[in-house]
Design a protein around this ligand. Structure first.
Ligand code: ADP
Ligand code: F6P
Length: 323
């Protein structure tokens, strides 16, 4: 049974960081205080909870952070929390510090942790914090907008030099299991080929043929956006150069996509969602996650949210191939 009277909440960020997490922390803290609750910041995700890295927060603790990238609380991946003993120990530590509810800002993995913590009697609410956009219950995840804009600007720059040298460029963007960053940047940067982990058939010959056809009609460059989940951009570049005779370079954008000051959209969505998380805890709700579906901010049961599936929209994928 969830605690019906939540007086003190904790907030933590977990898994890969994403721009906008600070805006979410700020909103959680300020809305919770407005709702009459006390707030404790838990450092370094579930690892910090197990290490009791916990400190009181007030309205001033979150001043001047809305525009900062990263997370002021730090984040971590924590193997111990995946064990039954780890979860029980974490719940005990929450009780010791008077924490009745926890807001977890992270991805699917972090939600699984929050789900288990709620079974141990600590109320939990998850917020979607990941640049990958790969959380099924929501059309939006905190950090995606900043990441795609950072990647788009970088790809524009690579395109300039690629064009000057009449080269082929393979640009690898983040997304271990999800191709949303690749899809959006591929379309927004006018890439010739877009390789998504969910769709790629490993038919390199088709890419080679595409390059040869484009050269025949006078194209000066060939941009391939490759998702991290497919990877191997450098060896792919070598093979493509050998097969087409076109100089080919690989650029791996990497962690730059996870950093930087969040866009207006990330700050706004994170602020509304953060406030909603504090409201749900104030209402005695538990095992919930916040999402945005069909333009509405809403919340779901974590069990249901984790059972949902998400896939690359077929129409958008088809369009990405022909533009
Ligand atoms: P993300 O939240 O971005 O998906 P991870 O999958 O790395 O990132 O998960 C973040 C953390 O959440 C893990 O390091 C672990 O502490 C916790 N976690 C992940 N999966 C589980 C699980 N099945 N049970 C309990 N905790 C989990
Ligand atoms: O979850 C976001 C993400 O950036 C993925 O796209 C990437 O695969 C992963 O995190 C890398 O995380 P790390 O190297 O920090 O473990």
């Amino acid at each position: 049974m969830p605690n019906t009277e939540v007086k003190t909440i904790g907030v933590l960020t977990s898994g890969g960081d994403s721009p906008g997490m600070n805006a979410a922390i700020r909103a959680v803290v300020r809305r919770a205080i407005y709702n009459g609750m006390s707030v404790k910041g838990i450092k370094k995700g579930y690892q910090g909870l197990l290490n009791e890295e916990i400190e009181d927060m007030n309205r001033r603790s979150v001043s001047e952070i809305i525009g900062l990238g990263g997370t002021i609380l730090g984040t971590a991946r924590c193997m111990e929390f995946k064990t039954e003993e780890g979860i029980k120990k974490a719940a005990e530590i929450c009780r010791k510090h008077g924490i009745d509810g926890v807001v977890v800002i992270g991805g699917d993995g972090s939600y699984r942790g929050a789900q288990k913590l709620s079974h141990e009697g600590i109320n939990t609410v998850g917020l979607p914090g990941t640049i990958d956009l790969d959380i099924a219950c929501t059309d939006y995840t905190i950090g995606f907008d900043t990441a795609i804009n950072t990647a788009m600007s970088a790809i524009d720059k690579v395109r300039d030099t690629s064009s000057s040298h009449e080269r082929c460029s393979i640009i690898e963007v983040m997304g271990r299991n999800a191709g949303y960053i690749a899809l959006w940047c591929g379309v927004a940067n006018g890439a010739e080929d877009i390789l998504l982990p969910e769709k790629y058939d490993y038919n390199e010959q088709a890419i080679i043929n595409h390059i040869i056809e484009n050269r025949k009609v006078g194209k000066k460059h060939h941009i391939i956006i490759n998702a991290e989940g497919i990877g191997h951009s450098t060896s792919m570049a070598r093979r493509i150069e050998a097969a087409t005779g076109m100089e080919t370079r690989a650029t791996i954008l990497g962690y730059m996509q996870r950093g930087g000051s969040p866009t207006c959209k990330d700050r706004y969505y994170a602020s509304i969602m953060g406030a909603m998380a504090a409201d749900l805890l104030a209402q005695g709700k538990s095992n919930r996650v916040i999402g945005q579906k069909n333009g509405q901010f809403t919340d779901f049961d974590i069990d249901e949210a984790l059972a949902m599936q998400k896939s690359i929209p077929e129409y958008e994928y088809e369009i990405s191939k022909i533009l």
